[in-house]
Design a protein around this ligand. Structure first.
Ligand SMILES: [Ca+2]
Ligand SMILES: [Ca+2]
Ligand SMILES: [Ca+2]
Length: 329
């Protein structure tokens, strides 16, 4: 095989081995239960179990957890009530809850535990079902290298086909404390995704808080409901990233963000870019994140990288030449 032919075949293979397909629903989940010992908080018994996601599947790929974020930052406006809403899965015994009690909203969000999450995350207002959250950042201090297997994922509590809209952008630079200093392209995901819930309906209880990220003194914990969990994969291509690029995490926002560049995305206290009137509807800021955030995933087995493909082709070409040389001798 001539060198020109090797390069042509390599180029064709590289073109088809590009970045994985765009936003796909999560259809299956593999989980591990880490059992805890019951304890009390805010008048309830928490079993302190953790239902961890270890991998999940889409129609075409399986993704496994590769790492967790070092930092989480909850960015709030100074206009709406300084509130948070959380849900915890009920255990089936009296008013007991399955998971762990978290004292901090951000730590709860990145705890890799399907037994809890946030409710109406980006809804703005004064009702106790709303608050002042505009952006949530999950960052890795040492950065992540973008491969063609790399992905993030977002999980929402809700009914099939009515999962909430949101916006997401990769963090492309951070300061010494892990705060984003630059963002990549903004991706808006419309409401109505999730034709399959990989976690079936369960019973849960709402907890409302009126002290920012502090989750130690609930103002109301009377309401209960039943829903499942859906998930959606966000690939490097979805975020406009290139192979080999170093990123430092991602930020979630409501879909009504009007920012069109990195400088505007950074400016979460500017109501021109981050409206302080975001509603809690499915097509607004009503996303109910499962506590599976700030996790990097990778498709398994990892698709061969472009470099690996070129190496395989060159090896095959070399082996062909060698065989020809042997047959001539
Ligand atoms: Ca939802
Ligand atoms: Ca808002
Ligand atoms: Ca909601």
């Amino acid at each position: 095989m001539s060198l020109r032919r090797v390069l042509l075949v390599s180029a064709l293979l590289c073109a088809t081995a590009g970045i994985l397909p765009a936003t796909q629903d999560v259809t299956t989940m593999t989980t591990t239960v880490v059992a805890g010992s019951p304890s009390s908080a805010e008048g309830y018994t928490y079993n302190n179990d953790q239902l961890q996601v270890t991998s999940f599947g889409t129609a075409t790929s399986t993704y496994a957890v590769t790492s967790g974020a070092d930092n989480v930052f909850i960015r709030r406006n100074a206009v709406n009530n300084n509130q948070s809403s959380v849900w915890y899965t009920t255990s089936g015994v009296g008013t007991d809850l399955s998971g762990m009690h978290y004292n901090d909203y951000g730590q709860m969000l990145k705890s890799n535990n399907l037994y809890g999450g946030s409710d109406n995350t980006f809804a703005n207002g004064t009702l106790n079902t709303t608050g002042n959250i505009e952006r949530i950042d999950f960052t890795w201090n040492s950065g992540l290298t973008v491969t063609n297997a790399f992905a993030f994922a977002v999980f929402d509590r809700g009914a099939v086909n009515v999962h909430d809209s949101f916006a997401i952008a990769a963090v492309t630079a951070i300061d010494a404390s892990g705060n984003p200093t630059a963002f990549g392209a903004l991706l808006k995901v419309a409401a109505g995704w999730g034709a399959t819930n990989p976690l079936a309906d369960f019973n849960y209880r709402f907890f409302r808080y009126a002290n920012g990220d502090n989750l130690t003194a609930t103002t109301d914990s009377t309401a209960t409901a039943t829903q499942g969990i859906g998930g959606i994969v966000i690939t490097a291509a979805d975020l406009g990233l290139t192979l080999g690029q170093t990123i430092y995490g991602y930020a979630l926002m409501a879909q009504d963000v009007t920012a069109t560049n990195s400088a505007e995305l950074l400016d979460w206290t500017n109501s021109t870019f981050y409206p302080t009137t975001t509603d809690g509807n499915t097509g607004g800021g009503g996303i109910d994140l499962a506590a599976i955030n700030g996790i990097a995933f990778a498709a398994v087995p990892e698709p061969a990288s472009n470099a690996a493909l070129i190496a395989i082709i060159l090896l095959a070409a070399w082996s062909c030449r060698k065989r020809k040389a042997v047959s001539r001798s």
